[in-house]
Design a binder for this molecule. Structure first.
Ligand SMILES: *Cc1c(COP(=O)(O)O)cnc(C)c1O
Length: 309
């Protein structure tokens, strides 16, 4: 990533280089998404009815300055498999979980052998229909995506990877190649982007990012409001800025390039979607709608049903 920095303060620099602004910590900021409150056993966050987050690796490729986990630099080692045992058992015993998201840190920074062991163990649980991996490796360390890694991952379909790109410059030839290899392994790719002041809080920058992702076979999935991480206040933008960006995407470019805009609500509320206002008026007779270009249209509700018999 470092070679992408063109000058101090540019969108890549801002994401990775610590600044004195980080020391400016206000009261009332939370430093987590209360994952612990939804954690029945170590390394599992079970917040939603049918899916669970599984922290398999404390190790990150880059300690992004806006991340809750950025202070975990120096986390000494991988988690021993034995320590994940209670998590595996929880997933085995909870038949309502049909989707498990391997997270971290970064799962793809584990060894091939470890990734294979974890995926095989999860695949042996019949009710886990879908496996997912959240990873910034395709962005930060694209050379980690090797033919050997792809051969391992493709044994465990349906497997989805959500990656994380924040700026169009991050889609380097190496990153695009890594994404292509994963897509060729049959893995549907998504992207979770964080709205960051000075990095991507601009509709044109965000549109280019979404279009480049789509061209690299990645379907944009979420744009997040920046979490209220202590020391990351200088990255936060207003909610209106996010809505303005979604408005500048929807209708103006491929629908496939328009992700959901969400706030991961502090206090464990989960992801809550936000939409620009397209409904002008809704009555029992009709809905009045505004399209992407600002024109108004009407759509009639069904007529009163005629009661039969
Ligand atoms: C984001 C998240 C998920 C997955 O949510 P989806 O909307 O299904 O992608 C699951 N658990 C936790 C704790 C999460 O933060």
């Amino acid at each position: 990533m470092v070679d992408l920095i063109k000058s101090p303060g540019d969108p890549i620099w801002l994401q990775y280089v610590p600044t004195v602004q980080e020391l400016d910590v206000h009261d009332g900021l939370v430093d987590s998404l209360d994952e612990d409150a939804n954690s029945p056993v170590p390394n599992i966050t079970h917040r939603y009815p049918d899916r669970a987050l599984f922290l398999v690796s404390p190790v990150c490729a880059a300690y992004c300055r806006f991340c809750t986990r950025r202070r975990k630099v120096g986390d000494p080692e991988k988690i021993p498999l034995a320590l994940l045992e209670s998590a595996f058992r929880y997933l085995e015993e909870h038949h309502e979980i049909r989707d498990v998201i391997m997270s971290g840190g970064d799962p793809l920074l584990l060894s091939d052998r470890r990734i294979d062991d974890i995926c095989r163990r999860l695949r042996a649980i019949p009710h886990l229909e879908v496996l997912r991996i959240g990873s910034r490796v395709p962005c930060h360390l694209p050379e980690r995506v090797t033919p050997e890694l792809c051969a391992i991952l493709k044994q465990y379909h349906p497997l989805y990877i959500n990656t994380h790109f924040n700026h169009p410059d991050e889609l380097t030839p190496a990153a695009v190649r890594a994404l292509g290899m994963l897509a060729d392994a049959g893995i549907p790719l998504g992207c979770q982007t964080v709205l960051l002041k000075g990095v991507n809080d601009d509709p044109e920058v965000m549109k280019l990012l979404m279009q480049r992702l789509l061209a690299a076979r990645v379907r944009p999935y979420y744009i997040y409001m920046c979490d209220q991480v202590a020391g990351a206040e200088h990255f936060r933008t207003t909610v209106e800025k996010g809505l303005e960006i979604i408005k500048a995407l929807r209708g103006w470019t491929s629908g496939l390039a328009v992700p959901h805009f969400v706030i991961d609500a502090p206090g464990g509320g989960g992801k809550i979607p936000l939409l620009p206002e397209y409904v002008v008026k809704l009555t029992d007779k009709e809905i009045i709608l505004r399209n992407y270009a600002g024109k108004t249209y009407r759509y009639s509700q069904p007529l009163e049903p005629i009661l039969v018999g």
